[in-house]
Design a protein around this ligand. Structure first.
Ligand SMILES: Nc1nc2c(ncn2[C@@H]2O[C@H](COP(=O)(O)OP(=O)(O)O)[C@@H](O)[C@H]2O)c(=O)[nH]1
Ligand SMILES: [Mg+2]
Length: 478
């Protein structure tokens, strides 16, 4: 009995997804532009291109071109000239997919793009499905699953932080971490499997005490990765900042100032904002998702009440709360009541609560009671006159800069998180099993589960690897 993955999940079985045909697709955004890029990958890439492309250089053709070379020439639909284009040639295995590939840079008219794709299909290429180039790259061993997923994250990244996160993952930072955890578990598993092989002889290769210590270490590392998701997720999708306060405090005005556009309706009528309005902007490389909410008050208006309910939900989901108050109306009692209402969030270490004293333009002097709350971070602004808004932005950025993002591997993918949680549960079961002195074969089941889910993250297969691991460490014949 060996630690095999169920076949349906193993990489060889995925091979059937990789048809051996030639695929093509538009790689640049749909629509017209200066240039469009059409990509071809598969064994017929070169011959298909030679069928419709005539290089300017005499005697040159795609089939004989060197890898990483560019050919200039004309594309014909039978005898009708379609475009003048550049063809970049990539020879297997030195291409993104690992296959023979060509990238056609044509003029970016929608007509040319469509016609050229039609032509490629006519000559034998098939329209690629979503992600199929990257799927091929994965199946051809160009990178593992989590790296392939990072390619999508990289394309979607909209801030320096999410870009860095995706880049680290694409370059294998996360994969290496998972691989090293897996290696440690495989080593343990090898010993356990040996015990199973020698089960009649009742030997214990794996010292249970050492085993437990190692499992503790691995579980700790897995937990660190799980914990990093909270941060990874906000870095990727933007740190949620809820703008809350009473009606007419100036929340929508503040949102508009921060976004530098008139996104939310501002009016002197209390209860104008009934639904929450969100937008993400990048400030100094970090994405923040600002949420303007319905003002908090008691009202009999049904719709406004739904909005208020939603406000409380948004507060829960936010990392940072900007509590906006109208300084011309706030009294010490109001402020006290507010702090009481939000006590739970004020005490939550994972949230930041910033009091924004708005409408300072209307004040002759600062109400002294605001300064009594020394523990509370307070920023005085005039949203209307765009005064001190930069102080809010600086403070927000500072809170992210204080986080140490450097050496730590940060999980930002929900699938990885799910798998890691299952790994942790499985390791917990093995530990329990050891403590209860359960037989080796039962421990092996949980070990396999843990390995399975780690493998699921990177898309690895364990059979051969594990066999190699067992025999690689022991002399045959011993
Ligand atoms: N004087 C002054 N008025 C403001 C300021 N910010 C907002 N207002 C006004 O306060 C009213 C309510 O603003 P709004 O942004 O809709 O408040 P919300 O209900 O909290 O979203 C509007 O008439 C705004 O022009 C400010 O800094 N100073
Ligand atoms: Mg509003």
């Amino acid at each position: 009995m060996y630690l095999c993955l169920p076949d349906k999940y193993s990489k060889p079985m995925l091979q059937h997804l990789a048809n051996n045909d030639t695929i093509c697709a538009l790689a640049t955004p749909a629509g017209s532009g200066a240039i469009a890029l059409i990509r071809l990958s598969g064994p017929e890439s070169f011959s298909i291109c030679d069928d419709l492309f005539k290089a300017s250089k005499k005697g040159a053709n795609v089939s004989e071109a060197e890898g990483y070379s560019i050919l200039f020439g004309k594309i014909y639909d039978e005898n009708v000239l379609l475009d003048e284009s550049l063809l970049s040639v990539f020879r297997s295995p030195h291409s993104y997919t690992g296959e023979d590939s060509v990238e056609i840079s044509c003029h970016g008219s929608i007509y040319i793009q469509q016609k050229l794709i039609e032509l490629l299909v006519k000559k034998g290429a098939r329209l690629a499905q979503a992600g199929e180039f990257t799927l091929r790259a994965f199946l051809n061993g160009k990178f593992d699953l989590s790296q392939a997923e990072a390619v999508a994250d990289l394309i979607a990244s909209n801030s320096s932080a999410s870009h860095q996160l995706a880049l680290d993952q694409m370059r294998g930072g996360f994969s290496n971490k998972i691989k090293s955890l897996r290696k440690e578990l495989v080593d343990l598993a090898s010993l356990i499997e040996l015990e199973l092989d020698f089960s009649e002889e009742d030997v214990e290769f794996a010292d249970r005490t050492k085993f437990l210590l190692l499992l503790n270490d691995i579980q700790k590392e897995v937990q660190t990765l799980i914990d990093s998701f909270a941060l990874g997720n906000v870095l990727k999708h933007g740190i949620p900042v809820a703008i809350i306060g009473k009606p007419n405090a100036g929340k929508s005005t503040l949102l508009n100032r921060i976004l530098q556009e008139e996104k939310a309706i501002v009016s002197e009528i209390p209860g104008t904002t009934r639904d929450s309005i969100e937008d993400t902007i990048s400030i100094e490389g970090f994405a923040f998702r600002f949420i303007d909410t319905a003002g908090l008050r008691s009202t009999s208006d049904k719709i406004e009440n739904l909005g208020i309910e939603r406000t409380y939900e948004k507060i829960k989901q936010s990392k940072i709360i900007l509590y906006v108050c109208d300084m011309t109306l706030s009294t010490p009692a109001d402020l006290q009541a507010t702090l009481e209402d939000f006590k739970e969030h004020l005490e939550d270490k994972n949230k930041r609560f910033i009091l924004v004293g708005n409408k300072i333009d209307e004040l002759i002097e600062m109400p002294p009671f605001f300064n009594q709350y020394v523990d509370l971070e307070t920023i005085f602004v005039s949203a209307k006159r765009n005064e001190n808004i930069n102080l809010i932005l600086e403070s927000l950025v500072q809170s992210v800069k204080n986080l140490d993002l450097s050496d730590n591997t940060i999980v930002s993918n929900a699938r990885h998180l799910g798998a890691l949680q299952k790994v942790s549960t499985a390791i917990g079961s093995i530990k329990e099993g050891i403590q209860q002195d359960l037989p080796t074969d039962l421990l092996a089941i949980d070990l396999r589960t843990a390995l399975f889910y780690l493998g699921e993250i990177t898309g690895e297969v364990t059979n051969n690897e594990l066999l190699g691991n067992i025999f690689g460490k022991f002399c045959i014949g011993k």
